[in-house]
Design a binder for this molecule. Structure first.
Ligand SMILES: [Zn+2]
Length: 328
């Protein structure tokens, strides 16, 4: 994760960055090495998301058309209507005193599935230490410790489940193998975050499902294994792919959703942005509406070193969605 300038000391708390300084200065810009063996599919080959309830993060060089979390205006309006309906349903339920009061804080149990081709690091066998560092990064990001608004959420590692299955490696977005993997492995209720780590198809850094009223086995986030803090995915190895994907899992859109028009990402305090920002384009301003592009927001596409915050509006949207969709 990036940090606001006055919080530099916190950066060392969960992420060992010094070891990777040399790699950062010599590796090609904007390419995720671990996924570079998989070229992006031709434009138009994935014109419609396979599942409108999921979302992804793409490195520069990847195709945003492959990102199932970039929604059409119609899909956004359907999701917003569903959220309103879910909230009305919950309120009516509470009116009858059958449900608990809305939660103000949430500790999310996290089940991590490490998908491996074999026992080598290249085959997906990443150490437990990267996973525990990822949990630390999540807790820093979602508490506001990196410079953003505090959110209601903290994360607790419940289990690491290692699975060797070459048929699931790499994890191919939208494939029957992905469905089979999740159907076999997913654990817990609506409140349990299932994270699937592996090498990924199509240069993707990760993808996630948005919350739904009825839990299904696809629910969870998929994250490039080497994007974890201390991994080898140059410029994307501080753990913010995990932070970003979990933002989707908690109902956040990209900051560039909807471009300059309309309600954008349905959050009031994230300035409108015409398109994804990559790397760290300080001062970028793509819409005539007030405010510079939110390039430091976790829900953009910039480098991990560039992004360090959620806004108060995003924090509010996440806890509202939790109470609508994921609370008991
Ligand atoms: Zn995304």
């Amino acid at each position: 994760m990036g940090l606001s300038p006055n919080l530099l000391t916190r950066r060392a708390a969960g992420v060992a960055t010094t070891t990777f300084a040399l790699m950062l200065s010599t590796a090609a810009v904007g390419v995720v090495p671990a996924a570079s063996a998989f070229s992006a599919a031709p434009a138009g080959s994935c014109a419609e998301p396979a599942d409108v309830h999921s979302d992804a993060r793409v490195a520069k060089g990847g195709s945003t058309k492959l990102d199932p979390n970039n929604l059409t205006a119609k899909q956004v309006s359907e999701r917003e209507a569903d959220l309103a309906a879910a909230l009305r349903e919950r309120a009516a339920f509470r009116g009858g005193a059958q449900a608990a009061a809305p939660l103000a804080t949430v500790t999310v149990p996290v089940v991590v599935h490490v998908i491996q081709r074999d026992s080598t690091r290249a085959g997906g066998n990443i150490p437990d230490s990267l996973i525990t560092s990822q949990i630390t990064v999540l807790n820093q990001a979602y508490s506001g410790a990196t410079g953003g608004a505090p959110t209601a959420f903290s994360f607790q590692l419940a289990k690491i489940n290692r699975v060797t299955n070459p048929a699931w490696y790499p994890i191919v977005q939208g494939s029957s193998a992905e469905r089979q993997m999740k159907t076999s492995l997913r654990e817990g209720g609506k409140n349990t975050l299932n994270v699937y780590l592996g090498e990924l198809s199509d240069n993707l850094l990760g993808w996630a499902t948005f919350p739904k009223r009825k839990l299904d086995s696809m629910d969870g986030v998929v994250v490039l294994n080497e994007s974890l803090p201390g991994g080898t995915a140059t410029n994307y190895n501080e753990g913010d792919t995990g932070t970003h994907e979990i933002g989707h899992w908690l109902n956040l859109y990209h900051t560039f959703q909807g471009g300059c028009a309309g309600s954008g990402d349905s959050v009031d305090d994230t300035p409108a942005e015409a398109s994804p920002a990559y790397q760290c384009p300080t001062g970028r301003d793509t819409c005539s509406a007030a405010g510079l592009d939110p390039i430091t927001n976790f829900m953009d596409y910039t480098y991990d070193s560039c992004m360090h915050q959620f806004t108060a509006g995003q924090a509010s949207r996440m806890i509202t969605a939790w109470n609508a969709y994921r609370a008991a």
